[in-house]
Design a protein around this ligand. Structure first.
Ligand SMILES: [Zn+2]
Length: 448
């Protein structure tokens, strides 16, 4: 397919620097060539007039799990089916306006397979944290056994070496001792010393103020979740060091899918979410099993039959809404305290959960940032340029300016006037191609 350079005319443009109204944005070889005056000769371009629309940077989701399929533990896809689901997920990100993702927990062989899929079909730009380091006896190995723990400094060095060809943005470390009661071990001294000695950036999964403190002591450059109920001390420390925190409010908000059936009425779902996942998410038996797991998270001391009983007997909507509010309040407190907030959804999250749909959840997370009290401009910044800065690509992505990658959204309204405009996507530019969400889902040929 011959691909003409793209010329966008009558452009109302928004990015983290503000609003610009310009005559033309020219896109050549997948990069923004000029912003401002129009070239004299337009014959070499495909010209698209954007009058009445808004051009925004593509969204950057800084917390996804590309290799994890929502409800995957129930569907149990074959290897071949799984690759099909992964391709669908990659397309769903683009169709949802997400042009860059940071995967914060993937096995290196799966990341290589993902890069293969991204090279041959519609996909956002993929970045990785890796390896996912966890202490022996600790989290994440205790709930996702396929991720091997760092049992010695030597094993840790091997895990890091095995990820090197993927050019990871940093190493993911988990610092979690259990959700409500301490059930998991933290790092032994020799692993701590090894983590602090190597020269990759560390990005930490740490939930409580105490865990976040330990993560920062280890040298964490970012936190991939908000600190829950942050204390003034941890807020001050994160603000002082300008350590970015990824929002992931969706971890709790997505649980409400099981209690708010109207969410399934969104007409875009059938296009964005694979049929297998949509029907799994509405399977009553699997809903019950998934709810029993959530009950376990809320009642960690009791036995499995209690969780099953409670999952059936209790109305979980109110306590779940309470968890969402706690997450919103935590992000709000961090934000008000001057901590940089970065949009991240935790899509894929855990294959035993049913509702962390890829692409769809990123869109929801953007709206949740507004509910946490970020202004429309702060939502834009958290979802574009701050994500680029966290990944370390802020000179290339996340801003609409000459020389930047042309990852762009054509929205039917201005998201600085109403954040819901982020969901009003008419077109997505990726790799120099402008196509509608439906066209991206149908597999627009990728430019190489
Ligand atoms: Zn995660």
């Amino acid at each position: 397919m011959e691909l003409l350079p793209l010329l966008l005319t009558q452009v109302h443009l928004v990015d983290h620097r503000g609003v610009q109204d310009v005559d033309c944005v020219a896109i050549v070889d997948g990069l923004v060539q000029s912003v401002g005056a129009c070239p004299e000769d337009r014959s070499a371009f495909r010209v698209v007039d954007l009058q009445g629309k808004t051009l925004a940077p593509g969204l950057i989701d800084c917390h996804v799990h590309l290799s994890l399929t929502p409800s995957g533990a129930y569907i149990e896809p074959t290897e071949q089916e799984e690759l099909g689901l992964w391709s669908h997920h990659l397309g769903a990100y683009l169709a949802s306006g997400v042009t860059t993702v940071l995967d914060t927990g993937i096995l290196p062989e799966d990341a290589r397979a993902m890069n293969q899929l991204a090279a041959t079909g519609p996909s956002p730009s993929l970045y990785y944290l890796g390896p996912l380091v966890s202490p022996p006896g600790g989290y994440v190995h205790s709930v996702l056994p396929e991720f091997p723990p760092a049992t010695s400094p030597q094993v840790l060095r091997e895990q890091i070496a095995d990820f090197a060809d993927l050019n990871p943005v940093g190493i993911k470390i988990t610092v979690e001792s259990g959700m409500l009661v301490e059930v998991w071990d933290l790092y032994p001294q020799d692993i701590q010393a090894e983590l602090m000695a190597q020269d990759h950036r560390l990005m930490a999964h740490a939930i409580s103020p105490a865990e976040a403190t330990l993560a920062l002591d280890l040298g964490a450059a970012a936190l991939v979740h908000p600190v829950t109920k942050p204390t003034p001390e941890i807020i001050a420390r994160l603000a002082e060091s300008q350590t970015p925190v990824v929002s992931t409010i969706s971890v709790f908000d997505t649980l409400l899918w099981g209690m708010e059936p109207e969410r399934f009425e969104d007409p875009d779902l059938a296009m964005l979410v694979p049929e297998a996942e949509l029907s799994a998410a509405q399977n009553p038996e699997w809903r019950q099993q998934s709810q029993a797991l959530i009950a376990q998270g809320m009642l960690p001391d009791s036995r499995p039959w209690v969780h099953r009983f409670m999952a059936r007997a209790m109305d979980w909507k109110r306590p779940t809404q309470g968890q969402v509010q706690t997450a919103l309040d935590s992000v709000a407190a961090l934000h008000q305290g001057g901590v940089p907030i970065v949009m991240g959804s935790d899509s894929g999250n855990w294959p035993l959960f049913l509702y962390e749909f890829h692409g769809v959840t990123s869109q929801a997370e953007v709206q949740l940032l507004a509910r946490a009290g970020l202004s429309p401009m702060e939502v834009l910044t958290a979802s574009t340029s701050s994500g680029a800065a966290l990944i370390g690509i802020e000179g290339h992505v996340g801003t609409i300016a000459e020389g930047y990658r042309a990852d762009l959204l054509v929205l039917s309204a201005d998201p600085l006037l109403d954040v819901r405009a982020w969901g009003e996507i008419e077109g997505v530019v990726s790799g120099g191609v402008l196509a509608s969400p439906a066209e991206w889902m149908a597999g627009v040929p990728k430019r190489d």
